[in-house]
Design a protein around this ligand. Structure first.
Ligand code: FAD
Length: 311
C-alpha cells in the first residue's frame, strides 16, 4: 500500500491523474474511454473526487471500482467527512476495501454549494485529521492515506503557520503523502515545501497542476480557489483568450515550464487535475520527455454523441 512513498523514495519521476465523477451515464462511459487510453501514459495512480456530503458517492465508487478492477489502475478514492454521518463513511471504506481499492485521499470537504459553512453531523468528524486517525484505527495499514496541502494557505485560515501545523497534524495522525491544491506560482510552492520540511513534515508532497484548458474555466477556477496568478500569465493569455486552441497550447507549455522548474529542485512526483480531459496532460508528459510522443489514431466518429465529447 506504500506505492506512492516507494515511488518518491526511488528518486524517479512519476505522475498521477485526477478525475471527477461525471453527471450522466454517457459521461461515465466517455470517462472510461479516456481512462483506458490514459492508462498508456503510465500514471503511478489515478484518483477520483468525492462530492462533499456524498451526493454522487455511488458514481465515485463505481468509477473507482472499474478503474481498479477492470483497468488495473492503482486507484485512490477521495473521501470527505463534511456532512457525512460516520455510518456513511464506514460504508464507503468497506465498499472500497471490498473493491480492492487501497488508497484514500482523506478530506474534510467544502460546504455544499451556496452555503458558507459546513455542518458537523452528530456522528461525523470536524477535520480531515480526525478522518485519517479513524481510518488508521479501523483499518490499520490497509489503506495508503493521502491528505490535502495548501501552498497558499487554506482560504478559511488566515494564519498560515497554524494552517501548516494542522497539515502536520494530518501527517502525525497517519497520512502517507500530501497532494497540493492547484497553484500557478512555482516559487510559492517551493517556499511552502521548504517550510513543510523545516517543521518536520517528511512525507512525499505531490504538487497539484491544473493545465489551463480555456480562459473562462481558468478564471472561474482560480477565483473559486483564490489562487494567486502571476501577472505574466494574465499578460500571455489576454491576447489569445478567445482562441481555445492557443489557450490550451499555452497551458501545456506553462505546465511544462512549471514542472521543469520544480524538477530542477528535486521534486519528482506530479499530480495532474485532468478535468477528465486527455490531450493537455498527454502533451505535458511528452514535453517533459516522461513519455514518448504518441501518434494519435482517432477512431471514426461512428457515434455522433460520443464523438462530440471527444477532444
Ligand atoms: P482540513 O485539513 O480539515 O482543514 C480545513 C481547515 O481547518 C483549514 O483551514 C485548517 O487550517 C483548519 N483546521 C484543521 N485542523 C484544525 C483544528 N484542529 N482546529 C482548528 N482549525 C483546524 N473537496 C471535496 O469536496 N471533494 C474532493 O474530492 C476534494 N478533493 C480535493 C483534493 C485536493 C488535492 C485538495 C487540495 C482539495 C480537495 N477538496 C475536495 C477540497 C477540500 O475539501 C477543501 O479545501 C476543504 O475546505 C478542506 O479540506 P481539508 O481536507 O484540507 O481540511
Amino acid at each position: 500500500t506504500q506505492k506512492i512513498a516507494k515511488a518518491d523514495a526511488e528518486d524517479r519521476c512519476f505522475w498521477s491523474f485526477e478525475y471527477f465523477p461525471p453527471k450522466t451515464e454517457a459521461g461515465v462511459v466517455n470517462l472510461y474511454d479516456r481512462m483506458e487510453r490514459m492508462y498508456t501514459l503510465g500514471p503511478e495512480f489515478i484518483d477520483v473526487t468525492w462530492n462533499a456530503g456524498g451526493s454522487s458517492s455511488d458514481v465515485t465508487m463505481q468509477v473507482c471500482t472499474t478503474a481498479q478492477a477492470v483497468y488495473g489502475l492503482e486507484t485512490c478514492m477521495h473521501l470527505t467527512c463534511t456532512n457525512m454521518p460516520r455510518e456513511k463513511i464506514d460504508i464507503a471504506l468497506n465498499d472500497a476495501k471490498a473493491a480492492g481499492i487501497q488508497n484514500i485521499l482523506a478530506l474534510r470537504g467544502d460546504p455544499p454549494r451556496g452555503e458558507a459553512n459546513w455542518t458537523k453531523c452528530e456522528t461525523g468528524f470536524s477535520y480531515a485529521a480526525d478522518l485519517v486517525k479513524y481510518i488508521r484505527e479501523q483499518y490499520g495499514d490497509y489503506f495508503c492515506i493521502g491528505v490535502a496541502g495548501y501552498p497558499e494557505g487554506h482560504t478559511e485560515n488566515p494564519d498560515k503557520e497554524q494552517d501548516m501545523k494542522h497539515l502536520k497534524d494530518k501527517c502525525d495522525a497517519g497520512a502517507d503523502y500530501i497532494v497540493t491544491q492547484l497553484f500557478y506560482d512555482v516559487d510559492i510552492f517551493l517556499n511552502w515545501h521548504a517550510e513543510c520540511r523545516k517543521i518536520g513534515i517528511t512525507l512525499p508532497i505531490l504538487p497539484g497542476l491544473m493545465p489551463i484548458q480555456n480562459y473562462g474555466g481558468f478564471k472561474r477556477m482560480t477565483s473559486m480557489c483564490s489562487t494567486y496568478v502571476p501577472q505574466h500569465i494574465y499578460d500571455a493569455l489576454e491576447p489569445i483568450k478567445e482562441d481555445d486552441k492557443a489557450v490550451k497550447d499555452y497551458g501545456v507549455q506553462l505546465a511544462i515550464d512549471m514542472c521543469n522548474k520544480m524538477k530542477a529542485t528535486g521534486i519528482n512526483g506530479f499530480h495532474f487535475y485532468t478535468l477528465n480531459l486527455e490531450r493537455s496532460t498527454r502533451l505535458i508528459l511528452e514535453g517533459l520527455k516522461f513519455i514518448a510522443p504518441i501518434e494519435q489514431v482517432r477512431p471514426l466518429p461512428w457515434n455522433p454523441s460520443l464523438a462530440k465529447n471527444r477532444e
